[in-house]
Design a protein around this ligand. Structure first.
Ligand code: ADP
Ligand code: TYD
Length: 211
């Protein structure tokens, strides 16, 4: 039986450079002869992409945190069944832009304390943690400038404002503290190539060859 691939996730506030770094890591693993799967949440499977449109567009008050929690878990379950698990079973490295830590922080710790509910639902419906998580940490004001310059139309969370992003930053740092074995905090306020090298070194230290 083939060994399961490595499951790597990227987390952090909006605009911290996750998408950029997931791409750079995938490029590097490919250059080394690997065949990584690059995917993202919410989304990454046909059904989950449909749910993405529901949660990321429209009024900031469109959904309560509880309803969001159900939608993100529905999307994640589909993504895990259809995309992530089959790739891991085939021995591929999976690089995912956001995963359950985003739910722990965005839905679990920003509008009332829903963390216990988030953890119960995760245990019940998902039950999978990444092998390695990069938490890209940076000043929310700088990140927001990058994000606002981008304006994708999927800005429901960015529209909550700077105080919200500060709460998120502390939420992610506290998660890194709670899960030190799988989480590495990366300073995202630097040159993208420098960040990518640090991340690649962590991955090389964790795995044993490209997949
Ligand atoms: P995220 O996926 O975390 O929202 P992105 O990778 O999409 O972040 O980056 C947000 C914006 O910032 C993009 O326009 C991207 O080109 C730019 N960017 C990403 N990383 C850096 C960096 N290290 N320094 C400066 N700008 C960056
Ligand atoms: P993403 O497209 O990664 O946004 P960005 O590139 O700005 O970081 O994610 C979309 C938004 O969805 C982001 O603001 C975080 C939010 N989100 C949650 O609230 N809960 C979740 O479980 C996930 C996966 C994302």
């Amino acid at each position: 039986m083939a060994l399961s691939g490595l499951f790597i996730t990227f987390e952090g506030i909006d605009g911290s450079g996750k998408s950029t770094q997931t791409r750079l890591l995938a490029d590097r693993l490919r250059a080394d002869g690997g065949d990584p799967l690059l995917t993202r949440e919410p989304g990454g499977s046909a059904g989950a992409e449909e749910i993405r449109a529901l949660v990321l567009t429209g009024d900031p008050d469109r959904w309560s945190a509880e309803t969001e929690l159900l939608l993100f878990n529905a999307a994640r379950r589909d993504h895990l069944e259809k995309t992530i698990q089959p790739a891991l079973d085939a021995g591929r490295t999976v690089i995912c832009d956001r995963f359950a830590d985003s739910t722990r922080v965005y839905q679990g710790a920003t509008r009332g304390d829903l963390r216990a509910t988030v953890d119960k639902l995760h245990a019940l419906m998902i039950g999978r943690e990444p092998d390695l998580t990069f938490i890209i940490d940076m000043d929310p004001e700088e990140a927001l400038k990058r994000g606002l310059a981008r304006k994708s139309g999927e800005d429901r969370f960015e529209d909550f404002g700077l105080g919200f992003q500060e709460t998120l930053r502390h939420g992610f740092l506290s998660l890194a503290h709670s899960f030190p074995q799988r989480c590495a905090v990366i300073d995202g306020g630097r040159d993208p190539a420098q960040i990518a090298s640090e991340i690649a070194a962590h991955v090389a230290a964790h795995g044993d060859g490209p997949a």
